[in-house]
Design a protein around this ligand. Structure first.
Ligand SMILES: NC(=O)c1ccc[n+]([C@@H]2O[C@H](COP(=O)([O-])OP(=O)(O)OC[C@H]3O[C@@H](n4cnc5c(N)ncnc54)[C@H](OP(=O)(O)O)[C@@H]3O)[C@@H](O)[C@H]2O)c1
Length: 289
């Protein structure tokens, strides 16, 4: 990895900004949507030819899960066909492609955390577009696909889109009543840990392929919220709700926990979600390194 030129696409997003920071010791080229629309094949090929990266980390995505039901082509464009362009550009250049996917590729009917070899069964347009993106990314020789879940851990000053856990914490600090799912089981992914895992896989020359990249353990959203409140010393009003009580356009898997053993076997054991939550809550007011 020493001296590698790392092109980070989607660099202004939650994960993109963390990856840019993590790879700061390398020659990092952050590329935001304003500079590159990944749904244009020509723009992708041109940008990669100009930047001449050794590694392309794709953090861009169409993440509006409900919106994708009404805009399937936009979701497919950004989450699948654009990934095909990035994979082709990476292959032409001889660069390693790193791409991120989601727990939503599963239908949520499992009772134990999903492993990489479990059969996907997407239940929404977003989920199907991300699954297709995985397959197209893995067409590039040496590519990595990291499935992440419920990303959390933005700084307090973050102006962009916030995930569920960040929103829950902001809500409890603002004294709002919070509805929490009792029947959705998750294993959230702490943004700095995902960036570290990405670094590790590349730096250690791990076997390419698909990896589940979530913090250890699993819990319902109600349990996650209760733990956040405990660590913050707050007593928020948590209103338990079930998935069926909350109408949503796109179907969501109820059991989303992923199994991180493959990543651990590759030398990067993700700490527990409680540990990650504690590190985040302790670091939110520190200026970005
Ligand atoms: N957030 C989660 O909880 C979660 C869960 C599972 C998987 N993931 C996956 O993790 C990865 C990172 O997600 P994230 O939460 O960091 O996403 P994010 O904060 O929404 O950032 C995505 C970035 O991609 C950009 N983008 C969208 N369409 C683009 C296009 N056509 N061309 C170039 N850039 C484009 C967005 O720009 P604009 O803001 O200007 O649109 C945004 O800066 C994605 O692959 C996502 O699917 C996320």
């Amino acid at each position: 990895m020493t001296g590698a030129r790392v092109m980070v696409v989607g660099a202004a997003g939650q994960l993109g900004s963390h990856v840019v920071r993590r790879f700061a010791g390398q020659e990092v080229v952050p590329v935001t949507r304003r500079e590159l629309d990944i749904t244009s094949h020509e723009e992708v090929m041109g940008a990669v030819a100009r930047v001449r990266p050794d590694v392309i980390v794709n953090c861009a995505a169409f993440n509006d899960v409900d919106g994708a039901e009404d805009a399937p082509l936009a979701a497919l464009d950004a989450n699948a066909f654009a990934v095909r362009s990035l994979a082709r550009a990476a292959e032409d250049r001889g660069a390693v492609l790193v791409h991120y996917s989601t727990d939503f590729v599963f239908d949520g009917s499992a009772v134990d955390p999903y492993r990489e070899e479990d059969a996907p069964s997407p239940r929404s347009v977003y989920a199907a577009s991300k699954l297709l993106g995985e397959w197209l990314a893995l067409d590039a020789p040496g590519a990595f696909v990291l499935r992440v879940e419920s990303l959390f851990g933005c700084p307090r000053t973050w102006q962009g889109r916030r995930g569920t856990l960040d929103s829950l914490v902001a809500g409890m600090e603002a004294g709002r009543e919070l509805r929490v799912f009792t029947d959705r089981v998750v294993s959230p992914s702490y943004l700095p840990d995902v960036a570290d895992a990405t670094w590790h896989l590349l730096a250690s020359r791990a076997a390419p392929g698909l990896y589940h990249c979530v913090n250890g353990g699993r819990a319902s959203w109600q349990q996650v919220a209760a733990e956040a409140a405990r660590q913050l010393g707050l007593t928020p009003t948590l209103v338990p709700v079930r998935t069926d009580d909350v109408p949503m356009k796109a179907a969501r898997p109820r059991f989303c926990a992923l199994d991180g053993h493959k990543l651990a076997a590759a030398g990067f054991a993700m700490p527990s979600w409680q540990d990650a939550l504690g590190r985040w809550l302790a670091s939110r007011d520190r200026p970005a390194a």
